[in-house]
Every structure is written in structure tokens, then in C-alpha cells.
Design a protein around this ligand. Structure first.
Ligand code: COA
Length: 363
């Protein structure tokens, strides 16, 4: 029997290599901001001081009744297309843990509401690593020649799956969407994705889960409330997040052949400031090169990385072309990192777009 050849690790892309390049950045944050004090006033057993010192979060956004993940995704997608000065794209990927429905996927509705009916569109679920997973898939589709452009959106309404009485999760998560337009270009272009590292460990799927509603536990009558909500084993997730983001970041830097001091900008999944500080410290990235918006938006799961990028681009804190390291970790478990150069695109923000009335159609 012939053994399969070991995986081939290609040379890092040279400047002339084809690459997926970010040419547009968009974001959508629902206008309702919830402060830590407000969570306390709503009856959550916590305090502003605990949340600030243990997580670094001060506010998060809440979509509110009648506003869905697709409503945020459409706005962020439209913003990214506007930023890229485009009216069409080859394929639409929506990374989300909170799709509008279990079936069908959110992507086709988002594409149609963006005026892109006919464009292939699908959802991808990798929890908080979802955006980087989707960016890698889109990047491979562009560099293979299958498509010449893509719209990658990370969108979430965690307020719809969080138990408002669970202080372990209610203080952390927020709603929002971020999006990027990708076009096939060269590795020398600002905004080029150069290398990815992805991984998963299904043996630890219990650390972050919604117990009810899937095929293992289909809806049968009224499930116990605890099973309907997103549950997280916080301290264990914390340790795994530090471990996995650090090792994945190291792997992608090795693939890109970037020594650690070469990293000019670092954006980690905006989960908890203590996690981000621990990862940056292990990677020896100085604080002035770390960027994020955690204190204003909390953990927006699949929307976290593109929203943090949109925020940094809007504040002009990173030079186009700067060597940038992105890393994320989420339920699954999943983790993902990317080595890229900072895009030249400017950020556009839009407010959520409510779905137009559907006439007599039944859903
Ligand atoms: N308000 C007040 N007290 C709280 C609290 C809250 N919101 N949450 C927990 N506590 C209490 C605990 O009951 C415990 O009290 P005790 O010492 O009297 O038993 C104490 O604070 C420490 O609890 P612990 O759960 O160990 O806190 P922590 O420092 O690990 O912080 C998280 C909790 C959830 C903020 C932290 O574990 C975390 O950020 N985890 C990862 C979250 C994440 O990134 N999730 C997404 C991954 S994609």
C-alpha cells in the first residue's frame, strides 16, 4: 500500500503571486447601546466594576425586536460594496452562529436584498472563528480562479440566543456585522491575504453550545429554558482561547516567514481584554500595535474581526500595507489566523436594514 504524500507546504507567496485582496470594508452596529450599568438595572447579578476589570467591556449593541442577523448583514454588505465602489460580486459568504432560521441559509436572502439575485450565496458556521474561516474559503475560491470577487460578511445577533439572566454570557456578547469585499489581485497589493491557519477540536464541543434545536435534540414541545440558550464554560474557554490563538498565530507567522517583530498590527478576536493581552504578551506584540473595539462592542462572535478591522480603518491607526496578524477562537472548538497586509480601503458604516414586507408569501 502506498502511503499518501505528506501535506505540501508551498513557499510563501512572492509579490507577483495571485492573492485575495480586501478592497472594501463595511460595518453595521444596531443603534441601541447597552451599558454595564443598564445590565445591572435589568436585574443581572453583576457590576460595572466587575465587567470592566474582568473583561474590559463597557458597552455592547443590541439589535432589538424585529431586527435579525440578515438585517445587519445586508447593511454591512452594502457598506463594504460601497467602500469598494462595487455593485456586484462573484459570491457571497455569510459567517454566522445566529442565522435568521435553521433553514434556509441567510446568505441567499442577504444577496437578493443587496440586488445580487443569482449570485451564489451560503452560510458558514465556525462560531467566533467564522469570519476567518469564510475569508480563507473565499480567498481560495479567488486564487483558484473560480471567482474573481467575493463579499464576506460576519453577522450576529447573540442577543437572540443569550439568557439575559446568565451573567457568564450576558455581559460579554453584543450584536453587529462586519464585511469585506475581496477581489483577485496580487500579494503586493495592500489588503492581500497571504497565509491562513485553521484548526478545530470537536472533542471540546461541550465548552460552547446550544443544547436544543439541532438533530441530536430536535424541538419536541417546550425544552427546558437552559437548553434553548447559548451556554459557555467561561474559565475553560478562556484558557483554550489563549492557547489556541497563540499557537495558531505562531503557525501562520511561520507559514508567512514573518519573524515576530515583523508584525506591525495585531487584531485578535474581541472576546475579553485579558485574553487579548495574554495572547499579545505571549506573541510579544507591543500594546501600540494591538487594535480593537472590545470596550464599545463586546464579543460579536463572527462579526468581531471584520468589525475591529472596520473600526481600526475608520480611525486610520494602521498604515496601508502594514504587516497584519489576525487571530480568532470560537466554539467547536475552532481557531483561525491570517497573515495579511493592511488594506487601503476606507470603512463605511450603515444602520440595520429591515426586511421589506414579503407580501402573501408563506415562510
Ligand atoms: N459579574 C460578577 N461576578 C461574576 C460574573 C459577572 N458577570 N461572572 C462570574 N462572576 C464571579 C464568579 O461567580 C466567581 O465568583 P467566586 O470567586 O465567588 O466563585 C468569580 O466571579 C470568578 O468567576 P470566573 O468564572 O472564574 O471568572 P473569569 O475571570 O473566568 O471571567 C468570563 C468569566 C466569562 C468573563 C471569562 O471566563 C471569559 O472571558 N471567558 C471566555 C469568554 C469568551 O471568550 N467566550 C467566547 C469565546 S469565542
Amino acid at each position: 500500500m502506498t502511503l499518501p504524500a505528506p501535506p505540501c507546504r508551498a513557499e510563501p507567496p512572492g509579490p507577483a503571486s495571485t492573492a485575495a485582496v480586501i478592497t472594501g470594508l463595511g460595518g453595521c452596529l444596531p443603534p441601541t447601546k447597552i451599558t454595564n450599568g443598564q445590565l445591572v438595572r435589568e436585574g443581572l447579578d453583576t457590576s460595572d466594576e466587575w465587567i470592566r476589570t474582568r473583561t474590559g467591556i463597557r458597552t455592547r449593541h443590541r439589535a432589538g425586536p424585529g431586527v435579525s442577523t440578515a438585517d445587519l448583514a445586508v447593511a454591512a454588505g452594502r457598506a463594504a460594496l460601497h467602500s469598494a465602489n462595487r455593485t456586484h460580486t462573484g459570491i457571497v459568504l455569510v459567517a454566522t452562529t445566529t442565522p435568521d432560521r435553521l433553514c434556509p441559509a441567510t446568505g441567499p436572502e442577504v444577496a437578493t436584498r443587496l440586488g445580487l439575485t443569482g449570485t451564489p450565496a451560503f452560510d458558514l458556521s465556525a462560531v467566533c472563528s467564522g469570519f476567518l474561516y469564510a475569508a480563507n474559503v473565499a480567498s481560495a475560491l479567488l486564487t483558484s480562479g473560480a471567482f474573481d470577487s467575493a463579499l464576506v460578511i460576519g453577522a450576529e445577533t447573540y442577543s437572540t440566543i443569550i439568557d439575559p439572566r446568565d451573567r457568564n454570557t450576558a455581559v460579554i456578547f453584543g450584536d453587529g456585522a462586519g464585511a469585506v469585499c475581496l477581489e483577485r489581485g496580487s500579494a503586493a497589493d495592500p489588503g492581500a491575504f497571504l497565509r491562513f491557519d485553521l484548526g478545530s477540536d470537536g472533542a471540546r464541543s461541550d465548552l460552547i453550545a446550544i443544547a436544543d434545536g439541532g438533530s441530536r435534540s430536535p424541538h419536541r414541545g417546550e425544552p427546558p429554558p437552559a437548553d434553548r440558550f447559548f451556554r459557555m464554560r467561561g474559565p475553560e474557554v478562556y484558557k483554550q482561547a489563549v492557547l489556541r490563538m497563540t499557537s495558531s498565530a505562531r503557525t501562520v507567522l511561520a507559514l508567512a516567514e514573518w519573524p515576530l517583530p515583523a508584525v506591525e498590527a495585531f487584531i485578535g478576536h474581541q472576546a475579553n481584554q485579558r485574553i487579548l493581552d495574554a495572547v499579545a504578551q505571549r506573541l510579544r506584540v507591543p500594546p501600540e500595535r494591538c487594535h480593537g473595539n472590545l470596550r464599545h462592542v463586546g464579543n460579536t462572535a463572527a462579526a468581531s474581526i471584520p468589525l475591529a478591522m472596520a473600526d481600526a480603518a475608520a480611525r486610520h491607526v494602521v498604515e496601508p500595507g502594514a504587516r497584519t496578524l489576525l487571530t480568532a477562537f470560537g466554539g467547536g472548538l475552532t481557531w483561525a489566523s491570517a497573515a495579511m497586509t493592511w488594506p487601503a480601503a476606507a470603512t463605511t458604516y450603515l444602520l440595520p436594514e429591515r426586511r421589506p414586507p414579503q407580501g402573501d408569501h408563506h415562510e
